[in-house]
Ligand binder design. Structure first.
Ligand code: NAI
Ligand code: MG
Length: 360
């Protein structure tokens, strides 16, 4: 029988990005072998801060064209204490997201079996916290517009301009409504700051209500971003699908991850819904220099991101199996230190591989 080959560009990057990418590839090979009918062909790109220090570049000039040849991209993390973060981010991850039109960033949050939320004092259980945050991933506060005059003097002036376009806002709102509609509660909360920011954020709100008219079956509400942090902590059960700008969702999704137990479990999908370009899958955490090289990074966010990639390339039932295996492993108490366990990256990875092989 002929097996379908999914060609994946793998960019491990820096720090724990390398550990968790190795772990994710291992699990994906076991998944493909166990399920059958498809396989993964990984091509690894050594684009990292270490190589930047050696060669002076993160991505070669034709880097984006190279990535376009793949079915999907798996990304670890980028960032190193000896390269300014705005250089590493703007040389690798941000150009990929922008050039490949990955304008949607999907960030789900759940409390996995056998893990606890810091909100447990409020008797939070997994059914009380089940969110999907839809982050605008191409413009807004991270559009890159702005400049600096008189730098390195006491007259320095710097601007950082947020860009909100009709096209950019309406496509993310439509994606968010579609996501809300596909979930049982059909509920979408829009995050804004249009009380203080009276141009871009007002357009953001206006387009939200325009598109809402096309989705009468989706319940909507609106939250100012500051009040949203309070609601996420005090009334997590009142939220389901959330749409927010590039900056707001960046911050709120880290809060969401912490409320679910650890930033180490949180996945993220950078999608080009038109499918003209490959989409990119990565855990939301960074390179974690404080634990890099110790072999103790939690690989669950990497596995969950890998499962979303598997789903995106068309292997939905294999994706469900992978997530079930991860949940069985957390439920059995096989966890890294950030989740209160005592296992290392390799032990959790082995447990997930064995779970896939044994159960399926
Ligand atoms: P971080 O996410 O790397 O780490 C924050 C804290 O969470 C640290 O204490 C870390 O040990 C812990 N942590 C993160 N992932 C973990 C995991 N899988 N298992 C266990 N513990 C985990 O964020 P930080 O420290 O702000 O940034 C470090 C570097 O990463 C910076 O250079 C930053 O620019 C970069 N970064 C890159 C991102 C990307 O590549 N998409 C995203 C966020 C940060
Ligand atoms: Mg972030």
């Amino acid at each position: 029988t002929v097996s379908k080959v999914h060609r994946i560009a793998s960019i491990p990057g820096d720090g724990i990005g390398v550990d968790i990418t190795v772990a994710a590839e291992r699990v994906l090979h076991v998944l493909a072998k166990t399920v059958g009918g498809f396989e993964f062909d990984f091509t690894t790109f050594d684009w990292s801060s270490e190589k930047y220090r050696e060669r002076g570049w993160y991505m070669p000039p034709d880097g984006i064209d190279q990535l376009k040849k793949f079915d999907a991209i798996y990304f670890g993390a980028v960032g190193s204490p000896d390269v300014p973060d705005h250089i590493s981010l703007w040389s690798l991850i941000l150009p990929i997201r922008k050039s490949l039109n990955q304008y949607v960033n999907v960030r789900p949050t759940r409390i996995l079996p056998g893990t606890t939320s810091p909100l447990s004092a409020l008797s939070t259980t997994s059914s009380h916290l089940d969110w999907v945050m839809i982050r605008e991933n191409s413009e807004g506060e991270y559009s890159g517009q702005g400049g600096t005059s008189h730098s390195d003097t006491s007259y320095a002036v710097a601007t950082e301009v947020s860009i909100f376009t009709y096209v950019g806002v309406s496509r993310i709102m439509r994606y968010a409504f579609e996501t809300a509609r596909s979930r049982p509660r059909k509920k979408l909360t829009m995050v804004t700051k249009s009380n203080a920011q009276r141009h871009g954020m007002v357009l953001w709100d206006k387009i939200f209500y325009e598109i809402a008219a096309e989705y009468p079956d989706v319940e909507t509400d609106k939250m100012l971003v500051d009040a949203m942090t309070v609601r996420m902590v005090l009334h997590p059960e009142s939220l389901d699908t959330i749409v927010a700008t590039n900056l707001h969702a960046d911050i709120l999704s880290d809060l969401a991850a912490a409320l679910s137990g650890s930033i180490g479990i949180a996945p993220s999908s950078n999608l080009d819904p038109t499918r003209e370009n490959p989409s990119m899958f990565e855990p939301i955490h960074g390179s974690a220099p404080d634990i890099a090289g110790k072999g103790i990074a939690n690989p669950v966010g990497a596995f969950w991101s890998a499962a979303e990639m598997v789903r995106w390339v068309g292997e939905g039932s294999a994706a469900d199996m992978l997530m079930q295996a991860v949940e069985n492993v957390t439920a059995a108490g096989v966890k890294t230190k950030d989740l209160g366990g005592d296992k290392n990256t390799e032990e959790v990875t082995t447990a997930v591989c064995e779970e896939i092989e044994l159960r399926f």
